[in-house]
Design a protein around this ligand. Structure first.
Ligand code: MTE
Length: 299
């Protein structure tokens, strides 16, 4: 059973290490105020997370280059404060919301999620974030809305990859409304006890754990509710390889490689590949969203 309702990463991390991190980060005196206890939740998996180092030094963030180490090398230059998100389309309260306003009233939880890239590597990440549904309910989704479109910041001055004009910047992604409203779908604002590192999509990014990683769009500046399936970056670039849905599915191979197994990052010298799970192991929660759909056709 992958799910343990009562587990937090602090439960699976040696306590001394955990306390040590807390003290370093928050300072003993300020700890009570600076790091309020996170709400417990039933969505975390019973797996040891990857290290902070692994999660923050092996990344895909093409705005900073094509190499796995380009994001950690170049993303430090990104200005993430001030930050705002323009929320519009079929909503009752459209507008430009400051980051503080976006998170206002939302419960920030720790979510230890599996993360499976379409390239067949995987990690386990202790995100901090809140349910996207909380924000969507706050801005008021209008009855005709069927999809949610997301857009990443366009700032070539600070994002050297965006100077490559052969790529259709800005990076865009989308979800069906029922996927967006699912409690597993979060807007993440941090990982471990840190604000979101730039290379992981500061200051706020999407995380949809049952889909391939490319759906989890980083550094979001725009959210639009719409009645049409929105264009998505990888589908624009290679439609026969990357569909809109991108649900993790070991039975539907990428045209150029198998999706039946994956390589856990940090597995070490003897760490072999492991089987990929349907919906990345979240099937009991999300399979019902796709009843009657042909997942080979809707890849
Ligand atoms: N979002 C933006 N804006 N730009 C990107 O290049 N890469 C995607 C996704 N979100 C990407 C993005 C891909 S392919 C993956 S696997 C994940 O981010 C990687 O997230 P991580 O670097 O935090 O592991």
């Amino acid at each position: 059973m992958p799910f343990r309702p009562d587990l937090r990463w602090s439960d699976v991390t040696p306590e001394a290490l955990f306390l040590n991190r807390r003290q370093i980060i928050a300072g003993a005196a300020a700890a009570m105020v600076a790091t309020p206890a996170l709400a417990r939740n039933k969505w975390s998996v019973d797996q040891t997370p990857n290290t902070f180092e692994e999660i923050t030094s092996y990344n895909n963030f093409y705005e900073f280059g094509w190499g796995k180490e380009d994001p950690v090398t170049y993303a430090g230059a990104l200005t993430t404060d001030p930050w705002s998100i323009e929320i519009g389309g079929m909503v009752d309260k459209p507008g430009r919301y400051d980051l503080a306003d976006v998170t206002k009233g939302q419960t920030i939880e720790e979510r230890i999620y599996r993360f499976r890239c379409v390239e067949a590597w995987s990690m386990v990440v202790p995100w901090h974030g809140f349910e996207l549904a909380g924000l969507l309910n706050r801005v008021g989704v209008q009855p005709g809305a069927k999809f949610v479109a997301f857009e990443t910041l366009l700032r070539p001055e600070e994002m050297p990859g965006q100077r490559d004009s052969s790529f259709p910047w800005p990076y865009v992604e989308g979800l069906r409304l029922d996927e967006a409203m699912h409690p597993l779908t979060i807007l993440a604002t941090g990982l471990y006890d840190q604000p979101m590192p730039n290379q992981n999509g500061a200051p706020i990014r999407l995380v949809v754990p049952w889909k391939y990683g490319f759906k989890s769009i980083k550094s979001i500046v725009k959210i639009t509710l719409t009645d049409k399936m929105p264009p998505t970056t990888w589908n624009i670039l290679q439609p026969q390889e990357y569909g809109f849905y991108a649900n993790v599915n070991p039975e539907v191979d990428h045209p150029r490689w198998s999706q039946a197994s994956e390589r856990p990052i940090g597995g070490g010298l003897f760490g072999g590949r492991v089987d990929t799970l349907m919906f990345n192991g979240y099937g009991e929660h999300v399979a019902a969203l796709y009843t009657g759909q042909d997942l080979a056709a809707d890849y």
